[in-house]
Design a protein around this ligand. Structure first.
Ligand SMILES: *Cc1c(COP(=O)(O)O)cnc(C)c1O
Length: 331
């Protein structure tokens, strides 16, 4: 199987904002876009994106998971980056149209069609370092993906980083390219120095998130995770897992979690930790690395509750249980 996100459907839906108006979205080739070398996005990083999935059910229907949430987050990212505003219904139609067009290509579970809406500033104006772009391009790419855990479901090693941050504090809730660029060096260094899979950013001891996923501590019947603020990305998977956990009678504590408390709780035999995000749903965390020391989370292996919660969410996505929260859009 090709690497996640490296295969694309040959067409995408695209709309352009020019002269204060959005063009009618069109289905166009996804091989290339034309961009002026002085485009705002290439110099001043006016770019944001989304990641959501469409699933094939046994009855042949195609279902998109929590599209409304992702569209709203994209509107919020665009606003915080001073990119042109767009209607929720325009992007929803662009997503539905392109997924419908390629509905025959949506893989069956555990695969899915990964959907990547992207919004970039296109104005050719290198003098606009401190001004917003007047034109932009919004497009929806599709990438069929297979089983995220086909290479195994090994518990991850996370380096706890207290000194650096993933991104500027006021940009945390924006799903924007620059944030990933800013997290890359710490991640590469953590891989090279302690063989970590990811960095868990904990600025000033406040346990936040990794480069592209939210962090959940599962201590027996309780899930502890950072309460929503502007410093980190508000994951749709995080919200979905917390909702399912409450449905299952678990206690959900959204609050500050310090590195000290994390390490103390992780030492308990029944403790688990996981990363949440659209690609994996829940990826188990087995080891925390802090100040040159390694700490197992619980028994250091994939936790039972992690697997139970992941299955409960997959069952909804895959149409194997009732969608009681109305999270799926059948197209
Ligand atoms: C996309 C992302 C997440 C996960 O969000 P989901 O909506 O669950 O996919 C978490 N953190 C960061 C930094 C992200 O980019």
């Amino acid at each position: 199987m090709a690497a996640f996100g490296s295969v694309f459907m040959p067409q995408m839906t695209l709309a352009a904002f020019e002269n204060s108006n959005w063009s009618t979205p069109e289905l166009v080739s996804s091989d290339a876009i034309q961009l002026h070398p002085g485009a705002h996005v290439l110099h001043y990083a006016s770019t944001c994106f989304e990641g959501l999935k469409a699933f094939r059910h046994d009855d042949g229907s195609i279902n998109i998971f929590r599209m409304d949430r992702n569209v709203k987050r994209m509107q919020q990212s665009s606003e915080l980056l001073s990119l042109p505003a767009f209607d929720e219904s325009m992007l929803e139609h662009m997503i539905i149209d392109v997924v419908k067009h390629f509905s025959g290509e949506v893989p069956a579970p555990p695969g899915s069609m990964y959907i990547r809406p992207t919004h970039i500033g296109t104005e050719a104006a290198i003098g606009k370092a401190a001004s917003p772009t007047h034109s932009s391009m919004l497009y929806v790419l599709l990438s069929p993906v297979g089983d995220y855990f086909s290479g195994g479901d090994k518990a991850l090693r996370l380096l706890l980083e207290e000194d650096g941050s993933r991104c500027a504090a006021h940009m945390g809730m924006v799903k924007s390219g620059g944030n990933y660029a800013s997290a890359l060096q710490p991640i590469l260094k953590a891989r090279a120095s302690v063989n970590a899979d990811q960095v868990l950013f904990c600025p000033n001891g406040d346990v936040q998130e990794t480069g592209a996923a939210n962090f959940l501590l599962i201590d027996g019947n309780e899930i502890i995770t950072k309460a929503l603020d502007t410093s980190f990305l508000h994951g749709v998977t995080r919200d979905s897992i917390l909702t399912i956990a409450k449905d299952l009678g678990m206690t959900v504590s959204e609050r500050e979690l310090s590195v000290e408390e994390l390490l103390e709780r992780a030492a308990k035999p029944n403790c688990e930790a996981a990363l949440s995000g659209t690609a994996a749903v829940l990826a188990p965390v087995g080891t925390l690395i802090h100040d040159g020391q390694e700490f197992s989370v619980g028994n250091g292996n994939t936790g039972e509750t992690t697997l139970k919660l992941r299955k409960a969410l997959n069952d909804i996505q895959w149409g194997k249980t009732e969608d009681t929260h109305g999270w799926l859009t059948k197209i």
